[in-house]
Ligand binder design. Structure first.
Ligand SMILES: Nc1ncnc2c1ncn2[C@@H]1O[C@H](COP(=O)(O)OP(=O)(O)OP(=O)(O)O)[C@@H](O)[C@H]1O
Ligand SMILES: Cc1cn([C@H]2C[C@H](O)[C@@H](COP(=O)(O)O)O2)c(=O)[nH]c1=O
Length: 225
């Protein structure tokens, strides 16, 4: 019998530590016999990866930025996410629409009513139920103080257009995530990402064990190296 697909997204400010754990989670699901699609936004298709390059490196205003992230998302949903869910796969996606509300909405100050309209347009009409607006089944929010995330990134890589924003921008983005989480408590799971990697992994896997999506034994075997 085909198991239903699962759409799981990972969110947080830059440097929160999401990417460090997603591969481990993919391995845990595979160890249970699930097929996993591991993907990211902006990106995930050849077209969306081109748009990602523009978004991360070219200057533009907040409306242009919002239109580009939703254009990339529409292509990503159509080409990758919806087909994988239809095959019953687990889709692990590094960022999705909550990032748009946090970065373009709270961070840039762009009108969230316009974002909601774009969200409905971009995320509807692709699922088996044409009325359904595709949303994640679960969103894991890696919550971390802005200073901790900045410290992690400082030694990690050359900053892109978002990563080089001032701390005040990331405070607004973090507040944006807090508001999104408060508005959809059934969908969000918050984890404290300021802790050591193994503690973050433990919190992360407990979320999946509680949902019945991972067995305790499988969760205990994985984790950051
Ligand atoms: N719990 C942790 N403690 C200390 N350092 C960490 C922790 N988790 C991740 N890091 C380090 O912090 C940096 C950022 O981590 P990572 O790339 O996973 O974050 P991210 O949330 O995916 O960031 P971005 O969204 O900007 O890509 C990396 O150098 C990573 O090794
Ligand atoms: C999906 C999405 C992303 N962003 C920003 C957030 C990050 O700074 C970059 C992506 O970089 P990462 O290292 O892969 O996390 O893009 C955004 O502003 N709006 C969005 O919708």
């Amino acid at each position: 019998m085909t198991r239903p697909g699962l759409f799981i997204t990972f969110e947080g400010i830059d440097g929160a530590g999401k990417s460090s754990h997603i591969e481990g989670l993919a391995q845990a699901f595979r160890a249970q016999g699930r097929t996993v699609t591991l993907t990211r936004e902006p990106g995930g298709t050849p077209l969306a990866e081109k748009l990602r390059e523009l978004l991360l490196h070219d200057s533009m205003d907040a409306l242009t930025e919002s239109l580009l992230v939703f254009a990339a998302r529409r292509d990503h949903l159509a080409q990758v996410i919806e087909p994988a869910l239809a095959r019953g796969e687990v889709v692990l996606c590094d960022r999705f629409t909550d990032a748009t509300f946090a970065y373009q909405g709270a961070g840039r100050g762009f009108d969230t009513r316009v974002l909601s309209i774009l969200e409905r347009m971009a995320q509807t009409g692709l699922a088996p139920d044409p009325q359904l607006m595709r949303e994640p089944d679960l969103t894991v929010w890696f919550d971390v103080p802005v200073e901790v995330a900045a410290g992690r990134l400082a030694s990690a890589r050359v900053p892109d257009r978002f990563e080089s924003q001032p701390a005040e921008f990331f405070r607004r983005v973090a507040q944006g995530y807090a508001e999104r989480a408060a508005g959809a408590p059934h969908r969000f799971a918050r984890i404290d990402s300021s802790l050591e990697r193994h503690q973050v992994w433990q919190q992360l896997t407990s979320v999946f064990v509680r949902k019945g999506w991972l067995a305790i034994m499988v969760a205990a075997q994985g984790g950051p190296r």
